[in-house]
Design a protein around this ligand. Structure first.
Ligand code: HEM
Length: 508
């Protein structure tokens, strides 16, 4: 009896505490929401903000980035300010250079961004600023610059192409049912980046196109993390996370699965030894003992190197469907550099394909995998074009819009013209601040060389062996919101064998 009375007492006390706790959380959340809304200035009545808030831009534009491009073209400085989002968006190369290089320290990724991906990426390179970033950057640049990792990457990409991609496309030749090329490239790049980073083969591109639990968990985790940015205010997803509700519950489960796999792999590698392995994880294990930190570093690479490559390849094949003359020029060049009866056998051979390189650069100019990228100002500042930046404001450089600016690329900026990159038969790179497709300056993409090698190898070997026919070439790509450009509905294609390659690809 006494026991019952005291447990009742304890129960009611804890209920009161629970009520108080939720009451405070609710009050605190409402207060934060109010502060957030006040900072956003939701009352701004300018045309741009009105159009954004009422979504009236969707009447004229298929994609948010097309609307931004339109606004940036009209702006005399090539910079706009969406007040309600406290977001300054620029397409001006001088500003880009200033943000990414000259005054780099004032433009970190910042908390609002790192909070979105923090649960998935932890302290990984993609998601941190300051000393932790500097340390990882140094270590990763040393590893990625080595000849041995280049050879390792080339070999694993070649084996994924010969052993899986070509047989899969071969099995689809002459079939009436369409194949989603975007899905194929996502599988391809996931297998490749997992082998490269972890030394793990998830086997996503096997002929049966299996569902890999790891790929699924990773997909869910990155998609739901990115979707946090769509919430009306960060408070919304933070409350959902606190209460473990809906998408936040799913996100937590997906991250748990990614963690279990990564931890299992790291433990196994510690036991059996890592000195003979060439993947990134094994290389980093030599200098880092903290396994959670190792997990974070490697997961950043998975995120950075997967959808970006798949997205770049998807738009490349869509553009080729519009430009058969570019496809034949790539074939002609490839037959000059690598004879039709030969195979692509070395990284060096790829260096000779200037036109192909130009076509890939040109495709990424019009369809960059990362369409825009934001930083957050640490202090008040003034950009080179005179735009005033207040402390805490978001500053975005817009790769997608920059590729479509007459003042950056000239009057033919909307045309797909690989020739613009070629001078006297040789590929000539552009000013990186005019073309920040891989970012530029201190935080330029660490996987640029690998990504280009991967895209060129796939393009070359697919084009040499098959005719890829896009089912609906008239439909321009429409993108889903997310960290990287993903085409809504994928890229359905039909595959035909090329006559001159009938025997060729069987022994590629
Ligand atoms: C076409 C393919 C790719 C494109 C367009 C691309 C583009 C970019 C961009 C725009 C950034 C800056 C993002 C930001 O700071 O918010 C970046 C960073 C990064 N990328 Fe890539 N990337 C590609 C492929 C890859 C691959 C294959 C890898 C890995 C092997 C990779 C590794 C990284 C890493 C580690 C960073 C972070 C660098 C840092 O913060 O210091 N990327 N990339």
């Amino acid at each position: 009896m006494e026991l019952n009375a005291s447990s009742l007492w304890v129960e009611s006390i804890s209920s009161v505490f629970c009520l108080l706790f939720f009451g405070f959380t609710l009050l605190f959340s409402l207060f934060s929401l109010l502060v957030f809304l006040l900072r956003l200035k939701p009352w701004c009545n300018c045309e741009v903000c009105k159009s954004y808030l009422t979504a009236s831009w969707t009447k004229d534009f298929a994609n948010l980035c097309d609307w931004c491009t339109h606004l940036l073209r009209k702006s005399p400085t090539g910079t706009i300010h969406i007040h309600v989002l406290r977001n300054i968006i620029t397409s001006n190369p001088e500003n880009v250079k200033y943000i990414l290089n000259t005054n780099f320290d004032n433009y970190p990724k910042g908390k609002p961004f790192s909070a979105l991906l923090g649960d998935l990426l932890g302290r990984g390179i993609f998601n941190v600023d300051g000393d932790s970033w500097r340390f990882q950057r140094k270590m990763a640049s040393l590893e990625l610059g080595s000849v041995s990792i280049r050879t390792y990457a080339f070999e694993l990409i070649t084996s994924e192409i010969r052993g899986r991609l070509i047989p899969l496309l071969s099995s689809m030749t002459g079939k009436k049912e369409a194949l989603d090329l975007q899905d194929v490239f996502r599988r391809f790049s996931f297998d490749s980046i997992c082998k490269f980073s972890f030394g793990l083969d998830p086997g996503c591109l096997h002929l049966s196109l299996p569902i890999s639990e790891f790929a699924l968990a990773f997909d869910t985790a990155s998609k739901l993390s990115a979707e946090r940015a769509l919430a009306a205010s960060p408070i919304v997803w933070k409350i959902k996370r606190l209460l473990n509700l809906g998408s936040e519950k799913k996100l937590k489960e997906a991250i748990k699965m990614v963690n279990e796999l990564a931890e299992g792999l790291i433990n196994h590698r510690r036991k059996v030894g890592f000195a003979d392995n060439k993947d990134l994880l094994s290389r980093f294990m030599g200098s880092i003992n903290d396994d959670k930190y190792l997990r974070d570093i490697v997961v950043s690479f998975l995120l950075a190197g997967r959808d970006t490559v798949a997205s770049g390849l998807t738009s490349f094949f869509w553009l080729l469907s519009q430009h058969p003359e570019v496809e034949s020029a790539i074939r002609d060049e490839s037959e000059r550099v690598i004879r039709p009866s030969q195979e692509l056998t070395s990284y060096e051979q790829l260096r000779g394909t200037h036109y192909l390189n130009a076509a890939i650069y040109e495709s990424l100019r019009l369809y960059p995998s990362v369409q825009f990228d934001s930083k957050f100002a640490k202090e008040d500042d003034i950009l080179p074009d005179g735009t005033f930046v207040t402390k805490g404001a978001r500053v975005t450089y817009h790769q997608y819009a920059m590729g479509r600016m007459e003042r950056v690329w000239g009057p033919d900026c909307l045309e797909f013209k690989p020739e613009r990159w070629i001078k006297n038969g040789v590929f000539v790179p552009e000013n990186p601040y005019k073309y920040p497709v891989f970012q530029a300056g201190f935080r330029v993409c660490l996987g640029k060389e690998m990504a280009l090698m991967e895209m060129k190898s796939v393009a070359l070997q697919v084009i040499r062996s098959f005719n890829v026919r896009v089912v609906d070439p008239v439909q321009a790509p429409r993108f889903s919101p997310g960290l990287t450009a993903t085409v809504r509905g994928g890229l359905p294609v039909l595959i035909q064998e090329r006559e001159s390659s009938t025997n060729h690809h069987h022994h590629i």
